[in-house]
Design a binder for this molecule. Structure first.
Ligand code: PMP
Length: 429
């Protein structure tokens, strides 16, 4: 494959845009660098880049794309919204329709608010939890990403008794001290953290099914215990469902795991590809938010008609019968193919999969927490990523990300992908 145009564009971009990209992971840092491919068109499961190369896409824009690119129903909704004027700054009927649709799918939401990104949604849930409890500290799980606001750019990494160090320059030490990080799936560490700081904790922030150090499911009973212990300590449970809402089932991961949080943050899929975030929860907690309560949150673009229209259309597609069964079937086929190819070429891999989302780790140990994901082989992943890209398979450029299937992928696409995996493993073996 030739990347002449991508290379030229990236050279130009670096003169004008920091690092040439508007989000750091797009710079291929996670795979040892290189020129990012500049995509120009997406349709269904496919991408075409500026040099005319075609790809099967598994990046799914880091999660939002589940219907495939340019799904006609969503495209039509966006076109209609554009014709009617994209931004009013007044309430619209669309917001009511969408709020009711979310509530019908996710029973723990009495009231919701629309914002513009996952970061904003999670950030606001933390503020509201602090307003409601009158406390300041937050517990999060190591390796979970919750957006780029200060409080969550902290990763303690070494167990429950360590207060966080900032993970980013510009985050104050005082902010880092508000956050306690414990390993996912480690209930003893969680209990220990609550024993130390229980009466200061406003909220426990959880990705109920982790998407940010690969797809990692909670162990049996873990989330129920987290809920019970958190409530015993007088704190709130916030589920960050920015990746998981509508990814594995129509509704949220809380439906799959059978545990309900006090508040939920969402984003990605619910915008049908346009910018969005949403948060919601129990009425008495949400009534802390302005104009009803003292916790302030606002947004010029919040609930804009274009994002509302795309989101409603996306959920209409996902409501159809068989959507999640199809994602599961294709995911199982891909997982089986990966494992078979790895065995054939003597490559140690572990695959974590839930329905149409999976992560291929280079390593033979089971991955149930961040330390185990960290221990998998990043150099091998980088090599694999590049071998796949040159065969026209677009993956997320990091060993910690998931492969996201869409309903536009076909069995033939999966077969083709498995052939490419077989070739890549052959080269690596
Ligand atoms: N929470 C989770 C679980 C995420 O995966 C992400 C983004 N990858 C965010 C929050 C932040 O969302 P956004 O990038 O839309 O701000």
């Amino acid at each position: 494959m030739q990347y002449t145009q991508s290379k030229a564009l990236h050279k130009e971009a670096q003169q004008h845009i920091v690092g040439g990209v508007n989000s750091p992971s797009r710079a291929y840092k996670g795979v040892g660098g290189g020129t990012p491919v500049y995509m120009e068109q997406g349709e269904g499961a496919y991408f075409w880049d500026v040099d005319g190369n075609k790809y099967i896409d598994y990046l799914g824009a880091y999660g939002p794309i589940i219907t495939g690119h340019a799904h006609p129903h969503i495209t039509e909704a966006i076109q209609r919204a554009a014709e009617n004027g994209v931004l009013y700054g007044t309430p619209t009927k669309l917001e009511n329709i969408f709020a009711q649709k979310l509530k019908a799918a996710i029973p723990s939401l009495d009231k919701v608010r629309f914002v513009n990104s996952g970061t904003e949604a999670v950030m606001t849930t933390v503020r509201v939890a602090r307003a409601y409890t009158g406390r300041e500290k937050v517990i999060k799980f190591a390796g979970c990403y919750h957006g780029h606001f200060d409080t969550v750019l902290v990763q303690a990494g070494s167990g429950p008794s360590t207060l966080g160090n900032p993970d980013s320059a510009g985050v104050t030490k005082a902010t880092a001290k508000e956050v306690i990080t414990v390993p996912f799936n480690d209930i003893e560490a969680f209990k220990e953290a609550l024993n130390h700081w229980g009466d200061q904790i406003a909220a426990v922030l959880v990705e109920p099914i982790v998407g940010n150090f690969g797809i990692v499911e909670p162990e049996e009973g873990f989330l129920q215990q987290v809920n019970d212990l958190t409530h015993d300590a007088g704190a709130l449970v916030i589920y960050d469902e920015v990746i998981t809402a509508f990814r594995f089932t129509y509704g949220s991961a809380q439906k799959l795991v059978g545990v309900e949080p006090d508040m939920t943050a969402m984003g990605k899929i619910i915008g049908g590809g346009l910018p969005i975030g949403a948060y919601g929860g129990k009425a008495e907690i949400m009534e802390q938010v302005a104009p009803l309560g003292p916790a302030y949150q606002a947004g010029t673009m919040a609930g804009n008609p274009a994002s509302m229209s795309a989101g409603i259309a996306c959920l209409e597609v996902l409501e159809e019968d068989g959507v999640y069964d199809k994602l599961d079937r294709l995911g199982a086929m891909l997982e089986k193919g990966m494992l078979k190819a790895a065995e054939k070429h003597g490559i140690d891999i572990t695959v974590n999969r839930l329905k149409g989302a999976l992560t291929l780790y280079f390593g033979s140990e089971k991955v149930i927490n961040y330390a185990q994901a960290e221990a998998t082989d990043g150099d091998k992943f980088g090599q694999f990523f590049k071998l796949m890209l040159k065969q026209g398979i677009n993956l997320a450029p990091s060993k910690y990300e998931a492969w996201f299937l869409t309903i536009a992928h076909t069995e033939e696409d999966i077969q083709e992908t498995i052939k490419c995996i077989d070739y890549a493993f052959g080269e690596m073996g």
